[in-house]
Structures are given as structure tokens and as C-alpha cells.
Design a protein around this ligand. Structure first.
Ligand SMILES: NC(=O)c1ccc[n+]([C@@H]2O[C@H](COP(=O)([O-])OP(=O)(O)OC[C@H]3O[C@@H](n4cnc5c(N)ncnc54)[C@H](OP(=O)(O)O)[C@@H]3O)[C@@H](O)[C@H]2O)c1
Length: 320
């Protein structure tokens, strides 16, 4: 039997900012046949739009489909990158307890709001709590809220599976109910981990953030997660620091970039977006940050998507 998928009506989020909740106006559409019978399919889904450049999450909150990653950015660099992103129209920032730069992200957000006249509700900030914090999750969440110092947090993820992860997630659920966090999700959870985890929790994760790039594509895992009504976001979209040169100089990517008059980075990020994957490339460079936001003036053909798909090597660039 085909299950029903609840999709948010597009015009509702054409009218709203990114940190705002969609009108509770919904319509039912059929799930694609191949996902209709997926175990765990939820009554609410997400809606990803290249027209509005936003994804409306299963939590009802809207998130930009492209943003900035801040892994390995030191304090001053991070403040600058966040402000550069916000000055140039970007509205999504990813940080984590483990990056030791939540204060810098908060500072960048507050300064940009004041200097560029941006409302807090337009900005979407993600942070993560680490497995070493799972045995005292309330302390971890309160610390993140305090370090960021931007009122509510748009989204908190569990950074990795680990001991007491269900307990930590349940604490996140309570903060959602209290309105201090809008949406919650997971990072580095794959199919087996999700199958074990999801029956133990109440609020469906809005997002899973995993390693994805042309050399590690997750062609099975991504549609599986998406079929659950959970949005997918990729880390190391450009291969990660230390690996970018090979990927950006890959002859297939370079030839597609030349055909469109764009950069290799833009081709890779656009390939993600056309798979319905949210991108958060990390950068300390103003020109790169601007370039990474400029992903909507060209489209990859099916043949070009296939050529990039054929580059997959199942080559992870980190241990988790
Ligand atoms: N959940 C997890 O476990 C996890 C793990 C790793 C990362 N993450 C998140 O994912 C984000 C992205 O990953 P990442 O930053 O490590 O790696 P990445 O985005 O794959 O690559 C970042 C590298 O790409 C370069 N770069 C960025 N834009 C470019 C462009 N347009 N042209 C040429 N080079 C460009 C950057 O150099 P410049 O600084 O010179 O621009 C930097 O060296 C992280 O920042 C973090 O927020 C999450």
C-alpha cells in the first residue's frame, strides 16, 4: 500500500525568512514508489526547493540550502567568515562544541545583525554536542546556548553516535518543547544506526549531516535518509582540508566547470544541491565564500550528474 507524504506548500515559504516556521498549511502528495514502503517513513516530511533556496524541515522550520562550515577556523578567522557570509546574503552557519568556535560564531552573528541590519530570525545556526558530553546533556546544551549567545539555537545535532546518545537526544527533545532549540538532528548516523536509534526517540530528527563528496557519495544512504522525511546535509563537500586539490583538479569536474564557466567548487556544490543535499563548505576566504553562495545561475544536465556520480570511490576522508 502506498503511504502518504505530507509536503509543505511552496508559496508558504516563498514569503518567509529562513528561521521562520512555515504556515501549517499542508497538502498530501504521493511518495515516490521506491520510497513509499520504507520502514519508518514519517507522516511529515521536508521540502527542498532550489527556487526558494531553502528547505522546509520536518520540524516546520525553514533552512537555507547553502551555508558556511566553520571546522578548524580560529576565533578571528571564524568571526570574519561568518560576517562575510552574512554580508553577502548567506544565512546558514554550522559549528560544534568540538570546533571551539561557538563564541566566534555568536560574535559574528551579533555583529553582522547590527552592522548589516539582519534580523535574528533570518539566520540559521547549527551546533553539535559531542559524545563526551552525552552523560550530562543539559550542561552541554546550556553551554552551547551560552557560548553562542544569540537567544535560541536553530538546530543542535548529536555529533556522533555514542554511549548515552538516546539520553542526550531526549534532552534535546525537552529543549525543543521549551522553545530554546527549534530543530534537532544527528551527524554521522548511517542506515544501521538510524534503524536502531529511531524507535527509541519521540521527535523525528530534522536533519542528518554526513560525509559526502564526489569520491564518497553515499548513493544508497542519502535516498534512504531522505525517504524517512529527514533532510541530508553534507560535510567535507569539497573533500575536506588537505584533499581539496585532487578533487578540484579532477579532470571530469574541471571539464564540466569549464563548460558552464564556473569553478570546480561550484560544480561540486551544485551536484549536491541537485541531489537534494544541503551544503556547508568551510572557508576562510572572502572570494570563496562569495563563490560558494553563487550556485543558482547554472544547472547540471543529467549526463553531467552521471559523470560526477561515476567518480565515486567509496573513499572516506575521515575515520567516522
Ligand atoms: N559532522 C561532522 O562530523 C563534520 C565533520 C567535518 C566537517 N563538518 C562540517 O562541514 C563543514 C565543511 O567541511 P570542511 O570545512 O572541513 O571541508 P570542505 O568544505 O570540504 O573544504 C574546506 C576547504 O575547501 C577550501 N575551499 C572552500 N571553498 C572553496 C572554493 N570556492 N574554491 C577553492 N577552495 C575552496 C577551503 O579553503 P579556504 O579557507 O581557503 O576557502 C578549505 O581548505 C565544516 O566546516 C564543518 O562545519 C562536520
Amino acid at each position: 500500500m502506498r503511504r502518504k507524504w505530507i509536503a509543505w506548500i511552496l508559496p508558504a515559504f516563498l514569503l518567509m525568512g529562513c528561521g521562520q516556521k512555515a504556515e501549517e498549511e499542508i497538502q498530501e502528495t504521493d511518495l515516490p514508489e521506491e520510497t513509499a514502503e520504507t520502514e519508518g517513513s514519517q507522516e511529515t516530511g521536508y521540502s527542498f526547493s532550489l527556487d526558494t533556496k531553502t528547505v522546509t524541515l520536518n520540524s516546520g522550520w525553514s533552512m537555507p540550502v547553502m551555508g558556511l562550515g566553520t571546522y578548524s577556523l580560529d576565533h578571528d578567522t571564524c568571526v570574519n567568515s561568518v560576517k562575510t557570509l552574512l554580508k553577502n546574503g548567506g544565512r546558514l552557519i554550522d559549528t560544534a562544541y568540538m570546533y571551539h568556535n561557538e563564541e566566534a560564531v555568536g560574535q559574528g552573528v551579533r555583529e553582522a545583525m547590527e552592522e548589516y541590519g539582519i534580523d535574528r530570525e533570518e539566520i540559521f545556526v547549527i551546533t553539535k554536542i559531542y559524545p563526551t558530553q552525552f552523560d550530562n546533556p543539559k550542561e552541554a546544551i546550556d553551554m552551547a546556548l551560552e557560548k553562542l549567545n544569540i537567544g535560541y539555537v536553530d538546530m543542535i545535532l548529536l555529533h556522533h553516535p555514542g554511549e548515552n546518545d538516546v539520553q542526550a537526544y531526549q534532552a534535546l527533545e525537552q529543549y525543543v518543547k521549551d522553545g530554546k532549540i527549534h530543530s534537532i538532528g544527528l551527524s554521522n548516523w548511517y542506515q544501521e544506526e538510524l534503524e536502531e536509534f529511531l524507535p527509541q526517540i519521540e521527535i523525528m530528527p530534522a536533519l542528518v549531516q554526513n560525509e559526502i563528496h564526489p569520491y564518497y557519495q553515499e548513493q544508497d544512504v542519502v535516498p534512504y535518509i531522505q525517504s524517512l522525511g529527514i533532510a541530508v546535509q553534507c560535510w567535507y563537500p569539497l573533500g575536506g582540508r588537505g584533499y581539496t586539490a585532487e578533487l578540484l583538479n579532477d579532470e571530469t569536474i574541471v571539464s564540466i566547470a569549464e563548460a558552464h564557466g564556473v569553478s570546480s567548487a561550484q560544480v561540486i556544490l551544485r551536484w549536491d544541491l541537485q541531489r537534494g543535499i544541503i551544503v556547508i563548505p568551510g572557508s576562510s576566504n572572502e572570494e570563496h565564500i562569495k563563490e560558494n553562495l553563487d550556485l543558482f545561475g547554472f544547472e547540471l544536465s543529467e549526463e553531467e550528474m552521471e559523470r560526477i556520480n561515476s567518480l565515486n570511490r567509496n573513499e572516506k576522508h575521515d575515520w567516522y
